[in-house]
Design a protein. Structure first.
Length: 316
């Protein structure tokens, strides 16, 4: 005799991008799964397969702090609609279960792309750069669309998207680092740029971008990237880049000071000295360390400016 679970038909749910449910070769979309709140019941449960959600919590998520008087009965009707769509003829044995006043999706009968994505990300930890990069490319390909794109305004979906996007950005940064370790410099810059575009104040992303540009020998662009981040950080948060980026900036200034200084390097050097001057006049005691600037930075910046002026005067 077969168990209830083994006799039930499993389903596949896509949450990344537009909602899609597949069952026994049949494809259902947001438009064919019922009303917006009915499909949201399925989406909320699919965010955490196997995790029970009480009726009261589901009502809170669906209606916020203003549920109708008929919320409980309406919720039951939504659940019934979804059951008819995803498990016809299997009200008690299909993927969507009710137990002790709670709803959950049986993880043995449900495959969710978001769950697979997160599991694959976990497998990257501890792997060598080549394997890590290969796996990261796969998970980033899975995350090519926004999470829950059918639910643009509801609070619970926005919160889920924020968590997912943070994980995607982390994967882009790690892909950049892995690519750099493998010598794939263009890829390293590409993934760092994608991460910066998503989170403009993420220091790990900017560090990866500056490192990728530096490794590629694109020193001018690396200095420009550093200056953009430093400017944005000071404007929005009132602080300076961390030690790793400061060290990269020092290396870049030293590198450009040994070559002919162009306008971009000159601008970076002037910004460095301007930062030095502003912080010197901000009330620091004599001899105090200037936060965010190493003494060697403004000395090297001076060298860059000096070389540029020497060249200009020689031409004149």
């Amino acid at each position: 005799m077969k168990s209830e679970t083994s006799s039930a038909v499993s389903i596949s749910i896509r949450l990344i991008g537009s909602l899609k449910v597949e069952r026994a070769g049949r494809v259902m979309t947001a438009a064919t799964l019922g009303s917006p709140k009915a499909r949201q019941v399925l989406e909320i449960l699919a965010l955490q397969p196997g995790i029970s959600i009480s009726r009261d919590r589901m009502i809170e998520l669906l209606w916020g702090g203003n549920p109708p008087a008929t919320a409980r009965a309406t919720l039951e009707s939504y659940v019934s609609v979804i059951r008819r769509r995803i498990q016809p003829g299997q009200a008690k044995t299909g993927p969507l279960r009710t137990e002790h006043g709670c709803y959950f999706l049986d993880p043995k009968l449900v495959s969710v792309d978001l769950d697979r994505f997160e599991r694959l990300v976990g497998l990257v930890d501890g792997t060598k750069p080549a394997e890590a990069y290969e796996r990261l490319l796969k998970v980033l390909d899975m995350a090519s669309a926004p999470l829950l794109s059918n639910e643009l305004t509801v609070e619970w979906a926005e919160e889920a998207r924020r968590r997912h996007e943070a994980l995607v950005v982390d994967c882009r940064i790690r892909a950049s680092q892995a690519a750099a370790a493998l010598g794939h410099n263009d890829d390293a810059v590409h993934w760092a740029q994608r991460a910066v575009a998503s989170e403009p104040l993420n220091e790990r992303a900017w560090t990866a971008l500056v490192a990728g540009l530096e490794q590629s020998g694109r020193y001018t662009e690396a200095l420009q990237a550093y200056d953009r981040y430093r400017t944005n950080l000071r404007r929005d948060l009132g602080c300076s880049p961390g030690d790793e980026l400061q060290a990269a900036h020092s290396r870049l200034l030293r590198q450009t000071s040994t070559e002919e200084a162009g306008l971009a390097e000159l601008l970076s050097a002037l910004l460095c000295l301007n930062e030095h001057a502003k912080q010197r006049t901000s009330g620091l005691r004599a001899g105090a360390r200037i936060p965010g600037l190493d003494v060697a930075d403004h000395v090297t910046a001076g060298n860059v400016i000096g070389k540029f002026l020497d060249k200009a005067l020689a031409v004149a």
